[in-house]
Design a protein around this ligand. Structure first.
Ligand SMILES: NC(=O)C1=CN([C@@H]2O[C@H](COP(=O)(O)OP(=O)(O)OC[C@H]3O[C@@H](n4cnc5c(N)ncnc54)[C@H](OP(=O)(O)O)[C@@H]3O)[C@@H](O)[C@H]2O)C=CC1
Ligand SMILES: CC(C)(CO)C(=O)C(=O)O
Length: 343
């Protein structure tokens, strides 16, 4: 008989959501490539611990390296970083029931890749904005609640979507379903451009957003993402203080974008996760970020539509320089990014 939920990538996001669903009594199995993390989760004496201001608890669950897996699952929650999507998706296919689905709990447009590999009808989209950090094997810090939205790729209202939403509400009671998941995914791409810029410096998200001299940079950068989204026929949705229209050249004003920045900063300021996952990849985990699969993808889609995104292109370059040790994370990087693009 098939098992129910397979969390593929048991890090900050997969670990948090999986732990909640496991605690609620659902049939949850974890897969990860980190052998120590996998061993901790299945160790009866250790387990998977969620800590932080929201909740503190430990669950014990079946946990495997990909090569140890046997069987099939009805629902696979894909929770790896965006640049690992293709590989993970190819690996997970043998374990997905023929009538099952993959839901992407990721940033970026990973649903496109998943749909190509697993099939459009076996893919569900999700937008997540809550904050969590992987601390060490078996330990995750759940830092703040935020928007969680799920949707079928073509917007239908299906029984499997309703069931998924009901289950995700065990984690985030305010989770919603949408008939336009692409609007949320593009909204996150636009907001995410601010997070990638934050990762260039030392400040946390709230302090960085509130640097008054950077407002014109935020306006220009978000406007680039919005132009590409528009060319794709998507009007991005807002969430947690981010109001896309405030940054749209035709609709927004300086005042409106300032208000949105204040709201985003107010949303982020109390959060235990002070810095973005991108910042943490560079500063703490010392590893490559999702920049190519995230900002780079917006630039590439822009090119298809003959839309230039000079700020985003510079942002990608600067993140690469930090990844390659040719630049250090410094608040001055953001001033430089603005100086290069002020005209
Ligand atoms: N953390 C957050 O607060 C938020 C994250 N997101 C998005 O969620 C997604 C997941 O991020 P996050 O949970 O932070 O990332 P993590 O790095 O914490 O977790 C991903 C886990 O997947 C593992 N992994 C990598 N490749 C594979 C593979 N092929 N098969 C199985 N496991 C694999 C990683 O191992 P290893 O570390 O060894 O590579 C890691 O343990 C990203 O797209 C991110 O942008 C969105 C909103 C908030
Ligand atoms: C900052 C956060 C949690 C979104 O609010 C995020 O998406 C990230 O860390 O990459």
């Amino acid at each position: 008989m098939n098992r129910d939920i397979l969390i593929w990538g048991a890090g900050a996001i997969g670990g948090t959501v999986g732990a909640y669903l496991c605690r609620a009594g659902l049939d949850v199995t974890f897969v990860d490539i980190d052998a120590q993390h996998v061993a901790a989760i299945r160790d009866r004496k250790k387990g998977l611990s969620i800590s932080g201001p929201i909740d503190n608890f430990t669950v014990h669950a079946d946990s495997f390296l990909p090569e140890e897996l046997r069987g099939q699952w009805n629902r696979i929650f894909l929770c790896v970083k965006a640049h690992h999507t293709q590989q993970a998706c190819e690996e997970l296919l043998p374990y997905l029931a023929p009538d099952g689905f993959v839901v992407s709990l990721q940033n970026g447009l990973c649903e496109r890749t998943i749909a190509e590999i697993a099939g459009r009808e076996r893919t569900i989209g999700a937008f997540i904005n809550f904050g969590a950090d992987w601390i060490e094997a078996g330990a995750i810090m759940y830092g703040n609640r935020a928007a969680v939205v799920v949707g079928e790729l073509k917007g239908e209202d299906t029984m499997r979507l309703r069931q998924l939403l009901a289950d995700l509400k065990l984690f985030e009671p305010r989770a919603e379903a949408t008939s336009n998941i692409w609007a949320f995914l593009w909204g996150k791409l636009a907001y995410g451009s601010l997070l990638f810029a934050q990762a260039l410096g030392q400040d946390g998200i709230a302090d960085c957003l509130e640097r008054p001299e950077l407002l014109p940079l935020w306006r220009k950068m978000v406007a680039e993402v919005l132009a590409v989204a528009e060319a794709e026929g998507v009007a991005p949705s807002g969430f947690n203080g981010f109001m896309p229209d405030a940054f749209a050249p035709a609709k927004g004003t300086v005042e409106a974008s300032k208000k949105s920045v204040e709201k985003m900063a107010a949303f982020n300021r109390p959060n235990a996760k002070t810095h973005s996952g991108i910042w943490r990849d560079l500063a703490v985990r010392k590893r490559k970020t999702e920049v190519d699969a995230f900002i780079g993808q917006v630039v590439a889609i822009g090119k298809i539509h003959q839309i230039q995104c000079p700020v985003l292109e510079n942002l990608v370059e600067m993140i690469h320089e930090i990844e390659n040790g040719r630049r250090i994370q410094s608040n001055a990087n953001l001033t430089e990014l603005w100086r290069k693009n002020a005209n």
